[in-house]
Design a protein around this ligand. Sequence first.
Ligand code: NAD
Length: 329
Amino acid sequence: MKKTPEITRRQFVKGALAVSAGLAAARLLGPGAVFAEAAPEAAYDLARGTVRLLNGMEMPVFGLGTYTLMNRVAESSVYEALTAGYRLIDTAAAYGNERGVGAGVKRSGVPREDIFLTSKLWPTNVAMRDIDRRLELLETDYIDLLLLHQPYDDYIAAWRTMEQAVHQGKVRALGLSNFTASQVEEIRAVAEIPPVLLQVETHLHHQQHLGAEYLAHHGIAMESWSPLGGRPNTPLFLQDETVCAVAEERGMTPAQVIIRWHLQSGRVCIPGSGNPEHIRENIGALDFSLTDADMARLDALEQKAPYFPEMGLQEADTLAVMEGWSKGA
Ligand code: NAD
């Protein structure tokens, strides 16, 4: 692994702020940018609505999540989303709705090359035939981003199979979901094709700022799952006093404010919905800005309270990995 200079956490953040000064979206750059020798250029560009991944691909920073949508609803929701202007769709083998997602893509008439499709492999099913099955269900020749859904089983062997799929042109980029920093390090240590993105639980009560610093150091994009808190918790977030106050002041809806907070925090955001009105409402998050003061009010809602504490980045583990860098590990 590349060595990073000896640096305290305070300098780390201060330096990053200096680096980002003068940029329109300074806070999107992420404190990891201070590790100039390790971090690639800041790649998150909210003005364009894309993040440039480590392998050079551009990924939309906003999209549709499809968890719990059955095939029929997945099809109509993907259709609604694509016709409303979405270009990123997130599905998974475990959701059982890839056929519906593929049908929605076809029905939309949006050219396949204009759409960024993410799917995920369940770790017990990662043979090449499982990847081929995703293509068949999605009715596509390639998946833009394939994630390993959980760090179970032999995830190193799984990664090797996924790398083969990239070599065979079936997949364009690889990423991880619900891995800890140590587990990401394990993958990076052996990867021929490094992960470009980590999808993790992130919302106003579990903001993952340390995790974001860790990922920025490697130039790995961060994607929020359950960005509205996930069902059945969304009322807690959408009816939150601060969220509602900011929404009223900006003339936007609470959902748009929360999604915008994710976007201005530099995360890829994929709110889930099978409701056409909500789908159209949510993309409105691209059309306004939160002030620094708004962002600070929303940041202050942090509780470090994940709904799934056993999954994904763990602060103690992340900190241990990052401390290892400053010791030259
Ligand atoms: P979410 O936070 O996006 O919330 C979804 C809920 O919010 C749904 O009940 C939906 O009806 C409601 N909602 C959406 N827009 C709304 C609006 N404008 N007004 C009112 N209610 C609204 O939770 P999620 O769906 O769990 O997460 C988003 C996506 O992340 C998923 O769909 C899935 O694609 C992905 N995900 C991945 C993992 C993982 O392990 N990798 C886990 C969970 C979710």
